[in-house]
Write a protein that binds this ligand. Structure first.
Ligand code: ADP
Length: 227
């Protein structure tokens, strides 16, 4: 099966539709992400990159167009089925880590697996091996407040991949870090993605980071352009 992991076909999205403050954000977005492909999404602030990632990740719905994930059309799913598909198929990473402060790094990666029905021992094994892949195995027992910003982001990457989703969506994943640690943390993300054969769409302003991905697309005036 060589179907794309993600297909967006003719996606359109406006806010405040039909009202005086209507803002058209996405005009006609087509994007295919193949298995194992890592796509850089480059967009100036306000161009609609979060809107696009949320629609691709089944957190929001488009006004028109189709979202197909691994061959399954997600467009007209009920809210419950869309939520289930999102939990199973999509991992998110944001600029801020959003880890649960009262839980350790390990537990933050174990909890989504327990919620998904994985037995605790298997969930812990997977969490340990993900932490080892991003180079912070010795930090497994630390709470987020005891970790550096770069370490917190690495844990967030592991959590996003905890349930082995088909697709990783990342919104400026190293945007909050200083330039020195940003490069290293980005290396860890790329190793994790490449090592697990994940497909990913990673939004970044940083052209040097974008150049390290398989393909770059630019969001401009509501449309996606190849770079
Ligand atoms: P980016 O992530 O590229 O900065 P966003 O997708 O967050 O852009 O927003 C794109 C545009 O849509 C912006 O002009 C923003 O002000 C507007 N927008 C985003 N969310 C809403 C909303 N819920 N209601 C109205 N306008 C919104």
């Amino acid at each position: 099966m060589n179907e794309p992991v993600l297909s967006l076909n003719g996606i359109e999205k406006s806010y405040n539709r039909g009202a005086p403050g209507e803002v058209t954000v996405l005009r006609s977005i087509d994007l295919e992400v193949q298995r194992g492909e890592v796509v850089a999404l480059v967009a100036p602030s306000g161009a609609g990159k979060s809107t696009l990632l949320h629609i691709a990740g089944l957190l929001d719905v488009a006004d028109r167009g189709q979202v197909v994930m691994a061959g399954q059309d997600m467009t007209d799913l009920s809210d419950n089925r869309r939520t289930a598909a999102r939990r199973a198929d999509v991992g998110f990473v944001y600029q801020f880590h959003h880890l649960l402060p009262e839980f350790t790094a390990l537990e933050n990666i174990v909890l989504p697996q327990l919620a998904n029905g994985t037995p605790r021992a298997a969930a812990q094994d997977r969490a340990h091996s993900l932490l080892a892949r991003v180079g912070i195995a010795p930090r497994a027992g630390h709470r987020p407040a005891a970790l550096s910003g770069g370490e917190q982001q690495r844990v967030a990457f592991c959590r996003a991949l905890a349930n082995a989703p088909k697709l990783l969506l990342a919104d400026e994943p190293t945007g909050n870090l200083d330039p020195g640690s940003s490069d290293q943390v980005f290396d860890a993300l790329m190793e994790l993605v490449r090592g697990t054969g994940m497909s990913a769409v990673i939004a970044t302003h940083n052209m040097a980071l974008a150049a390290r991905m398989d393909r770059q697309v630019r969001l401009e005036a509501g449309q996606l352009l190849g770079v």
